[in-house]
Ligand binder design. Sequence first.
Ligand SMILES: Cc1ncc(COP(=O)(O)O)c(C=O)c1O
Length: 380
Amino acid sequence: MKVYLDNAATTPVAPEVFEAMAPILKNDFGNPSSTHLFGRSSKAIIEHSRRGIAKHINCQPSEIVFTSGGTEADNMAMFTSVTELGVKRIVTSRIEHHAVGHTACHIQEKYSVELVYVDIDDAGNVDLEHLENILGATSQKTLVSLMHANNEIGTLLPIVEVSKICRRFGAYFHSDTVQTMGHYHFNLQELDIDFLTCAAHKFHGPKGIGFLYINNKVHSNAFIHGGAQERGLRGGTENLHGIVGLSKAMDLAYMNLEAHQKHVFALKSHMMNSLRNQFPEISFHGETSYEKSLYTVLNVCFPQTDKASMLLFTLDLKGIAASGGSACSSGSSQGSHVLQGINADPNRPNARFSFSRYTTLKEIDYTVDQVVDIFKNKVV
Ligand SMILES: Cc1ncc(COP(=O)(O)O)c(C=O)c1O
């Protein structure tokens, strides 16, 4: 049996998404910037997709800028805040995805921007009082970049509360919503935010396509130069079939969202309970309740062993794809900056299991059985 439980890394493309993309690749080859009928047809397809996506998150189509995915969108938000909007200080956390964390460090060095880390607790929750204190300490133009859901431990940011704090202190607010877009409803008429990041491959769309939501109140200039595409903000011929795939994936995600949420959270709860029954000393990294955690991610902290590094390898041999990083930074592994950031015990093996609407109860039961087998036979 092969079981794919690494959906936070990427998800399989939905068959309907493939069906929507294939004819575009085959037939619609016109360059969207060409003014002849082939080009106009491609352009119309892009704008139709953009309108569909904007409708799902209740924003204006002009607020969607297509990118090559989450990393580029994060870079675009952060770089343009500094180069175009005059931001002099970035406030972020130590458990952001590297697309934000490494970018923040690079910008700090390159542009002499101040970089400040907000405190987090051992479950990955941002200390909102500390955030207020940081923002209140100076009137320097500031960008706050905090992810909506942590991709390793699943802890959710109270994004509405943080957006209100940012507004109160006049700071720009960017949230990496790569793990939550397509998994939660967004209403950008109610959520007051400057930038949001999306990657299609996290919700059964294709890889290499995503977007940055840029609030219409933000007036930025080009991030990628050399073409007038995407209102001059991101030059380069558009990924037409990718955009269609992204749009279709979003339609499917939001068509039955509540049912998907219920199904996936039931799987997560079932796995938690089954593991607890087998291993009384087991615990979970990050928050685990439906309200405070991403329902697609479960990060398990197994009992201490001296062969912790064998866990993922052995699961892989049994046909189970999961992922994880250790809390230590010894040996060849760099370790996980997220687990280190929440002070996780480096002597306990961990694995991140992440689910999708295609995951079944049978797959979860098989995985738990195999985990029990691995520990019983002292493979780890
Ligand atoms: C939270 C988060 N941000 C950004 C990214 C990067 O997205 P992409 O792979 O589309 O560049 C990922 C992908 O793993 C992610 O989980």
